[in-house]
Design a protein around this ligand. Structure first.
Ligand SMILES: Nc1ncnc2c1ncn2[C@@H]1O[C@H](COP(=O)(O)OP(=O)(O)OP(=O)(O)O)[C@@H](O)[C@H]1O
Ligand SMILES: [Mg+2]
Length: 463
């Protein structure tokens, strides 16, 4: 059973009618027109799979139709018919992307074979496009992990994605809350719809309400026209409420209503609006604690807490560090057009040893910096910030062409940074401990900061 939709563009009535009958007998759905311009109208509106066109038709010539199809990016295969005189034109059209051509009189059997191949060709292309889309989608918001805790969390997130449930994501700064929210949206049926992000901490109470729900003209000073809110912008998609703890108690009541009843009102308007968007909220605060203190509505907390995903700090899942390092290395090598594939033996232990107070974001930044500063295709300990490399192995004084003066400088740098760390950045005390003047200490720090920027002497502690 054939299901392809075909269009015949042929002004020779006899050819057109016999071809239509032949193809309909093969169960294709066939339309026919004798005019090229009319054909172009049909092609734009009817979604054909294959166009069978004479190369010389009134209105628009076959090659002009081909040009328009390509210009407009219409996904259709074109098969051309020519008389003996215009074979060279047909060959030219093949070069420009037509699928096949036939000289008249047309051999119907060969034509039906070509149509089948063209349909297969198109199906394969559609499939590839679908796969590529899936790939883009998945690599875009990919959550990388190796730890059991993240495996369970991502599993839970996937289950939540299949439902319309409101989700609460908690976790320290930079643990990947926003990424997880995007991932849930991307895995859900809402993936083709907008993902609208609103940071509740970034706007004052009044502005936040109008940002979320919109407002009516004249409802407050400056509201000079009606404005749609983010819930309307999200349509059937996802509204991501970041830093939900920053929403005022008054606004929390409205958020509870929009989550429970799916309705809201624009500021200064009494009409009820309906939304089918899903809410995902995130916070790096303990909402239970806040609600105990009366700073967060308890009912909203319980409503949000039904599906709650708590992302552990990176220090609690060090098993994730190597895969993240690998991913960021690739990502930033591509971004900065560097061919960096490996790191020396001390880098990974140092990265795994470090405590990552800034979580995955800090690791991401450290890797970008390492890729930028790395000199010969291999990331070394000295490409990492001092607070990380210092923990990995202490002082790294080996390396090719390490001159005595370099080593002395490095050693001095190491001693001073350690002393500064011990004295919590107090320069007077550090200078006294090291038996140098405050001015000498200051000059050395300035020199290293400059050197770190131009030469990568790993002096972030001083910046
Ligand atoms: N598991 C992961 N795999 C890959 N990249 C990650 C992962 N976790 C976090 N990231 C990346 O780390 C960075 C910080 O993540 P994200 O912005 O999602 O954190 P956050 O918890 O929302 O931070 P904040 O509290 O500041 O809002 C982003 O660039 C994100 O893509
Ligand atoms: Mg975030």
């Amino acid at each position: 059973m054939n299901s392809g939709r075909l269009l015949i563009v042929e002004d020779d009535k006899v050819v057109a009618v016999s071809l239509k009958m032949f193809l309909e007998n093969l169960n294709f759905q066939v339309d026919s027109t004798a005019n090229g311009a009319h054909a172009w109208e049909l092609i734009q509106s009817q979604g054909y799979e294959i166009i069978l066109s004479d190369i010389n038709v009134p209105g628009l010539q076959g090659k002009e139709i081909l040009k328009l199809i390509r210009q407009h990016g219409i996904d259709v295969e074109l098969i051309l018919f020519t008389g003996y005189g215009s074979v060279s034109d047909a060959v030219e059209c093949i070069k420009r992307g037509a699928y096949d051509y036939f000289t008249k009189p047309i051999d119907n059997e060969r034509l039906s074979l070509s149509i089948r191949h063209a349909l297969e060709h198109k199906a394969l292309r559609d499939e590839n496009r679908g796969l590529r889309y899936e790939l883009d989608k998945s690599s875009l918001n990919h959550v990388y992990f190796r730890s059991k805790s993240m495996e369970l969390l991502v599993q839970k997130a996937r289950i939540a994605a299949e439902t319309e449930a409101t989700v609460l994501i908690t976790g320290g700064s930079g643990t990947g809350k926003t990424l997880l929210a995007k991932y849930i949206h991307g895995c859900s049926k809402k993936a083709g719809q907008p993902f609208v992000e609103v940071s509740c901490g970034a706007l004052s109470e009044g502005l936040l309400e109008s940002e979320l729900f919109g407002h009516r003209k004249g409802s407050f000073t400056g509201a000079d026209r009606d404005k749609k809110g983010r819930f309307e912008a999200a349509r059937d998609g996802t509204v991501f409420l970041d830093d939900i703890n920053s929403a005022s108690i008054g606004l929390q009541a409205k958020l509870l209503k929009v989550i429970e009843e799916k309705t809201f009102e624009r500021v200064g308007d009494t009409r009820q609006m309906y939304t089918s968007a899903r809410v995902i909220a995130a916070t790096n605060k303990d909402l239970r604690e806040l609600s105990k203190k009366g700073l967060f509505r308890e009912d909203l907390f319980h409503r949000l807490n039904v599906v709650s995903l708590a992302i552990p700090r990176l220090s609690e899942r060090k098993e994730d560090v190597p895969i993240l390092v690998q991913q960021f290395l690739q990502k930033f090598s591509r971004k900065h057009k560097r061919n960096i594939k490996k790191f020396d033996e001390w880098v990974l232990p140092a990265l795994c040893h470090y405590n990552w107070p800034g979580n995955v974001r800090e690791l991401e930044n450290v890797m970008e910096r390492a890729v930028i500063f790395c000199r010969d295709g291999e990331v070394r300990l000295s490409d990492l910030p001092e607070e990380i490399s210092g923990l990995g192995k202490g002082l790294d004084l080996k390396g090719p062409n390490m001159h005595l003066s370099d080593a002395v400088q490095k050693f001095e740098h190491h001693l001073i940074s350690q002393a500064l760390e011990l004295n919590r950045g107090n320069r007077d005390k550090t200078a006294r401990d090291l038996g140098i003047s405050r001015a000498t200490l200051f000059n050395k720090m300035k020199k290293w900061t400059f050197a770190a920027k131009s030469e990568n002497v790993g002096a972030t502690g001083f910046e």
